[in-house]
Each structure stands twice: as structure tokens, then as C-alpha cells.
Ligand binder design. Sequence first.
Ligand SMILES: *[C@@H]1O[C@H](CO)[C@@H](O)[C@H](O)[C@H]1NC(C)=O
Ligand SMILES: *[C@@H]1O[C@H](CO)[C@@H](O)[C@H](O)[C@H]1NC(C)=O
Length: 471
Amino acid sequence: MAVSWVTVLALAATALGASIALRTLAVPGRAPPTEFQLKSSRIIRTLKRVSDKDTLEKSSCGRVWVTVHSPELRLSTTRRLQDAIELNWDFNGCSNVPKQIGLFDARPEDFSQALRTYPLDSVSGFLITNVSLGDAALPGGWESGGGYKGGHCLWPRVAAGGDRVDTYNCLKIQPTWMEDNMNKIAELRIGELALPGTHNAGSWKFNTAFNTASRDNIVLCQDRSVWAQLVHGIRYLDFRIAYYGAGHEDERYWLNHNMVRVRPLVPLLREIRVFLDATKEVVFLDAHHFPIGFYEPDGSPIRKVHAGLLEIVQRELGPHLADASEFHTGFGTRGPKLQTLVEANKRLLFSYVDNAIVGENNWLWPILPHLWANTNNPDTLLAYLDRAISSSPLPHARSPLYSAMAQTTFNVWDIFKGSLRVSADAVNRNVTERLGTKWRNQANIVSTDFFLGNDVIDVSIALSVERGGRL
Ligand SMILES: *[C@@H]1O[C@H](CO)[C@@H](O)[C@H](O)[C@H]1NC(C)=O
Ligand SMILES: *[C@@H]1O[C@H](CO)[C@@H](O)[C@H](O)[C@H]1NC(C)=O
């Protein structure tokens, strides 16, 4: 018996070692674990999934990944390109840095098949290609309803190597990442998970026939539907809800960006419902701001308007709601284990910004703190988040969760010169890097704008798995 176990381990460490190593993210300035360090029980635990994961990404040291450039690209004075594909690499700590990187539209096997190749002359970095993502149909049967489990690649793939491809990855969806990794993360409490989130999740496209670039530039924070966000792997949605006193009750609740109404609420709740029905994932929904219609001029809540919202949420998402009075573990704790929620099949946690209303409705989760720098300067934002994340969560926090809001905020002058797409681009790469380094152990929810411009989803999944392995 002993002999056969040794054989299994040896096989795993040689033939499959490459795929296993990539489960541990390379941290700049720190050597990745050696194969020797990985020759542990983890190898056996990961064996089962290696074969399917192998079709998505592979590396023996370092990483490559695909992102989407959020601002419009100017190719010439007359030609513009939207959704340009970016290729990113990080080979810090590797003895060999690849000589080239390429963009592919199928599983990378040979550089002769690449759509574009570029020489690599730095250990880490990114480049913006002049190829657009174009039609980003969701693969694996996930376009509008539940599809096959596991990660699936969209068309863009990236590979790096010398003469031969040795590291590759793709732009992917991770519709079932919690379930896929449940044997490693089940025991984590929700406050111990690393969770990818979207800031202003509902501000992705106006619900009107006309869109104007000038308005879109300063209002829209996302460019994927709530459904697509969840399918890509986002698990925390930050909602800003407004109430307008005309029309059918359902049509009075809207998702806003501050004073601008963007989309009606109910259809978005239905997208979340379809996702919860189709998966075993846990989703965190946060009613974080009520810019219009929920308060009297003196600041007291308008009970009827709040009650109307709660009724709609109960009606649309009721069977999935995890009642805080049942699952909350008390102030200053990290909340229920993921497994507890999944086994009870109560997988939607709805947190509410108004403590008076939470006090009257004990199924609501208490105010979820946002680490919000309120600055338009990327350096100030990152320095603030470095400090705030390292001292979070607060010892007596009401909520087991907290969200780092990793986006800059426009001031009144920026409105005349900027675009939220440009400001997202100025921080998204730093956010990917920070999450793997300075925020690695403490970060809980990290919420971004234009999330395809960063790699927060894949890094969060890897960090959750890493934290689960430390329990
Ligand atoms: C895109 O870049 C390649 C070089 O990488 C160049 O050959 C090609 O002409 C460019 N295409 C456009 C549309 O600018
Ligand atoms: C953000 O990333 C860029 C490289 O993409 C780097 O030059 C810059 O120093 C980073 N900013 C901070 C505050 O870390």
C-alpha cells in the first residue's frame, strides 16, 4: 500500500506539478513555493480537478492573465477601439522570464497560431493590444441561464514562453467558483472569504433607447449586466436605490448613480434570482445608499417606502434569503461558515444601510462598512486602503463583512474633463497587484468599477482557497 501512495505522489508532482503550482499565486519579491513544498496532501486533494482546470490555465512559475481596457482606445485621429484586450504578466521570483507573449483565440499550443505576439522585456507588466473583445458571449451555456459547472474561457487567451508555450490563461467566467472549491473553503466564515464585488453594480447601462457618451462617462460604473457580473464570478453587489412616486409600485424603485436614475430594480432582482436558482453560490446584496425618495427632509426614514422595498425583495428573492436573526453570529464575529449557508440553502444575504429599519426587520443584515477614501487621486486611494484594510474589521463591527471600495470618486471639476472608464483604468491594475500582496491576508470584499479591467475575481478565488488551506 505504502508503495502505491508514493507512486501517486511522484506522478502528481511531476506530470501535474505545473498545474498545481499555479494555485498558489506568485507574490512579487517572493519566490513561489517549490515542488517539494507542494508535495503534501494538497496534491491529492487537487488531483481531481486538475484535468479540467488545465484547459483554462497553466503555469510552472509566474502568471499571465487577460483583462479588458476600460477606456476607449484612440488608434488614430479618426479610429477608436472599444474593449481592447490587455495582456498582463508577472514573473517575479521566477528563474526564467519568458521571451514573448501572445494573444490567441483558441487554446494556445504554438506561437505560430497567435493573433499577435510581442517580445517581453520586463519581469511584470501589461500591454494593450489593438484587438477588441467584441462579442463577449458568455460560454458554457451561461448566456442567459444556468450552464455547465466550472470555469469557462471566453475567446481571448494569452500565452507566454520561449520558443514554446509554457504559461497560458484565458479571460474566463467562474459561475460556480464557490461550489467548485467547496471542499477547500466550506469552513471559512463569510468574513474570512476574499470576495470580488462591484461598486454601483446597477450602473451598467441606461434603460433608455438613447445613450450619450457625455452622460455615460460620468454615470456608468460597469459595462456588464448584473447577470454577467454574477456569471463572471462577482459575489457582492453594491446597490444604490431610489424611489420615484409615480407609476405602478414595482416601477417606482430604481437603481441610481447618485441623482441619476439608471435602471429599474425589479428586473435586476430577477437576474439575481435566476442565478441563485441555477447555482449553489452565495451572493451578498447591499442596499448601501438611498439617494432619492426614502427620507423626509428632516432625515427620518419614510417607513412606507422602505417597507415597499423590503416587500419586493422578499417577493423576488424570498426562498433564498438568509435571515440575519437565524445566521448572524453576533457583533465582532466573522459570521456563519459558508457551508452553513449552503447546507441550509439560504444563499442571499441582504444588508441594509439604515440601522433603524434593520432594528425593525431582524432578517436584514446590518450596515456593511465601506472603506471609502472619497478621493479622486489614485495614490491617496491606495494609501488609504492599505491602512484601512490592515485595521479591518473593527473589533465590535455589527457586520461580519466589510468592503474595500477600490475606485476613485469624481469631484465637481472631474465631471468636465474625465470619464469613470479612465479613472477605473488608473487604479484597476494596482488593485490586482495589491490584493495579491499587501491586502492578501486581510481583504474581505474588494469592489471595483469595470471589473474586467482587473483580475480581482481570479485572485480572490485563489486567496479564499489559500485561506481555507490554513484552517
Ligand atoms: C495592430 O497592431 C499590429 C501590430 O501589433 C499592426 O500590424 C496592425 O496594423 C494594427 N492594426 C490596426 C487596426 O491598427
Ligand atoms: C500603480 O501601478 C503602477 C504600474 O502599473 C505603478 O507605477 C504605481 O507606482 C502604482 N501606484 C501605487 C500607489 O502603488
